[in-house]
Design a protein around this ligand. Structure first.
Ligand SMILES: [Zn+2]
Ligand SMILES: [Zn+2]
Length: 224
């Protein structure tokens, strides 16, 4: 049973309430209960003691971050770019985890009415919706999301998994880029003609964008 204050916190972070945000909260809650842990607090986040492993960067991922307290910034969130709505929660040291997966097709069939599905096709997939269509869709999404607050555990696939040990975030030495003069993690610099140059100046790096992790992403910042 999701707490409404948790839903409000998730809305604050995510910007709106939608089905997969709620499913991320609910999947996390199930994983936390199974594992016998609470939301990561001071100790857990400093030591990266509890890890949440997600498999997609979408609404679901924000639900996971709010519910578990494992975030991108505290290095307790591990992002596997495999494109599934699933979260694995694991306690460092034990490495016995609980993975919770949700079948989005099943969800759509059971919880999205015909109108919501058609609107979704029009507004999101074909990008053809009017402003009213998109407002109506968001209202419906929010309602459908809220109706899933107590969605039964049977909808999810819950399994125990062994997790291979994951390293803690290392502290890397910083060095100065000899082109822009900015401090940069040493591992993110290259030596070009004997000079230390950052990836920013070289113009390419790996990036997380909407479609996932992209190698050799052209850095889009243009300086004056
Ligand atoms: Zn969303
Ligand atoms: Zn530079």
């Amino acid at each position: 049973m999701l707490d409404y204050t948790l839903v409000k916190k998730a809305e604050e972070l995510h910007g709106h309430i939608c089905p997969f945000l709620i499913l991320g909260l609910r999947a996390s809650e199930i994983a936390m209960q199974r594992l016998g842990v609470r939301k990561a607090g001071v100790e857990e986040t400093i030591g990266e003691e509890i890890l949440a492993i997600i498999e997609c960067n979408n609404c679901f991922a924000d639900g996971v971050q709010v519910a578990t307290g494992c975030t991108l910034g505290n290095n307790s969130l591990v992002y596997l770019d495999v494109g599934k709505n699933a979260v694995t929660l694991v306690r460092r040291g034990e490495w016995k985890g609980v993975r919770v997966y949700v079948d989005s097709e099943k969800i759509r069939e059971r919880y999205f009415g015909r109108e919501a599905r058609e609107l979704f096709e029009k507004v999101v997939v074909r990008r053809e919706g009017s402003r009213e269509d998109s407002e109506r869709l968001h209202k419906m999404w929010s309602e459908i999301g809220l109706s899933m607050m107590n969605i039964s555990e049977e909808v999810f696939k819950v399994e125990e998994v062994m997790v291979s040990e994951i390293e803690r975030a290392p502290i890397f030495e910083s060095v100065k880029c000899e082109v822009c003069g900015e401090l940069t993690m040493k591992t993110r610099t290259r030596t070009v003609n004997g000079k230390t140059v950052c990836l920013g100046c070289l113009g390419e790096c790996e990036a997380v964008v909407g479609r996932g992790i992209v190698p050799n992403f052209k850095i889009p910042l243009k300086r004056k």
